[in-house]
Design a binder for this molecule. Structure first.
Ligand code: NAD
Ligand code: DAU
Length: 340
């Protein structure tokens, strides 16, 4: 099987590419990535020279390039991770989110129709369901929970999901969609909460916590997300949506305190800052469908996954120090200037 992994130089796509290359030596894995600020070839270093791996630099919104690529490569399966993924950046500048996350998906699916594929898989997010109240722990997101988005990012991801389902119904394109909760683990870009806290704590710099830190996320170790997608590709049914999550709800403040404790750093580093506009209160997934229909089970609880993640950041300083010492500093100054 020849699998195209778009956005595979990013956090989750990179972990997925590692998993595929190592688990299926008989499959060919092609990563296509535009190498935006979030894409990093160092993430692909462990697989770059493997015989069943190939990297192509390119933009999923570039129709001519995508057509050429599909014509030459004859992919069996496409897994689309490529996206603008950071909510705060979508609040600052929505346009690129609509372009990549919606029009890029259209371009990819048009190529799938034209050249033929066995499956197009769209990597979506729990954020398409909006948020849940903090005082109703009984409520979870199900696959049929109405779409109800809050940020330009989540609206762009929800739009893409609708387009994917429309291509299935109208054109018969074989598609699947997965909607996963917050991931964490190796190669996570330091603009996101967990790697940001680890890097700031190690530097003993102030850690910005939005609002009161009471917002809750349902954290999943990235490898568990990757095994779920692999299962959907091999056993999932065309036209279906699968929720992915491991029942690991933690408030932001507890995430920060857990990391500080593990690194033996003081809680005085915590700085409460201005809240994110439209900030979703709580995400919580019901993964019953993928568990019962496909037999998926996550391997990591938050307690073990977070320690593994911290260990990875401690022993792979080069990977993230290259990022935080570069252009990222301008991003950080701009983004957080107004908050403090
Ligand atoms: P990321 O920002 O780390 O990586 C995105 C990758 O896409 C980067 O390598 C970037 O270079 C590439 N890219 C961006 N625009 C492109 C374009 N026009 N053409 C080709 N490549 C392009 O993101 P991530 O956290 O790894 O998320 C991957 C996917 O998973 C996204 O679709 C996101 O919506 C979804 N998702 C993320 C999470 C999470 O917690 N991070 C949870 C659920 C779903
Ligand atoms: O739920 C899945 C989503 O998770 C994905 O679709 C997104 O691509 C991914 O970025 C992530 O979105 P979040 O907004 O939940 O992740 P982030 O790491 O940006 O923030 C996690 C929580 O921490 C959120 O409530 C905001 C808060 N936060 C974040 C940052 C960056 C802070 O308190 N301080 C910060 O500096």
């Amino acid at each position: 099987m020849k699998i195209l992994v778009t956005g595979g130089a990013g956090f989750i796509g990179g972990n997925f590419a590692h998993l595929m290359v190592n688990t299926y030596p008989e499959d060919e894995i092609v990563v296509l990535d535009a190498l935006t600020y979030a894409g990093n070839l160092e993430t692909l270093e462990p697989v770059m020279d493997r015989p069943n791996f190939k990297f192509i630099k390119g933009d999923i919104t570039d129709r001519e390039f995508i057509d050429q690529c599909f014509e030459q490569e004859h992919f069996d399966v496409v897994v689309n991770f490529a996206a603008e993924s950071h909510v705060d950046r979508s609040i600052e500048d929505p346009g690129i989110f609509l372009r990549t996350n919606i029009l890029g998906v259209q371009t990819l699916m048009d190529a799938c129709r034209k050249y033929g594929i066995r499956r197009y898989h769209q990597v979506s997010t729990d954020e398409v369901y909006g948020d849940l109240p903090l005082d109703r722990p009984d409520l979870l997101f199900h696959e049929d929970t109405p779409i109800h988005t809050s940020s330009p990012y989540s609206a762009s991801k929800a739009s893409a999901d609708l387009l994917v389902l429309a291509y299935h119904r109208t054109f018969g394109l074989p598609v699947t969609i997965s909607r996963c909760s917050n991931n964490y683990g190796p190669y996570h870009f330091p603009e996101k909460l967990i790697p940001l806290v680890i890097s700031k704590a190690l530097a003993e710099e102030p850690i910005p916590v939005y609002g009161e830190g009471a917002n809750v996320r349902d954290w999943l170790y990235v490898n568990d997300h990757c095994t779920a997608i692999d299962l959907i590709l091999r056993k999932g049914k065309d036209g279906e949506i699968y929720n992915i999550g491991g029942h690991n709800e933690v408030s932001n403040l507890d995430v920060v305190k857990t990391i500080l404790k593990a690194l033996d750093k003081p809680e005085s580093l915590i700085h409460f800052v201005k809240d994110r506009p439209g900030h979703d209160l709580r995400y919580a997934m019901d993964p019953t469908k993928i568990e019962t229909e496909l037999g998926w089970k996550p391997e990591y609880r938050f307690e073990t996954g977070i320690q593994k993640t911290i260990d990875w950041y401690l022993s792979n300083r080069d990977w993230w120090e290259h990022i935080v010492n570069g252009e990222y500093q301008n991003y950080y100054a701009r983004m957080y200037r107004e908050r403090v």
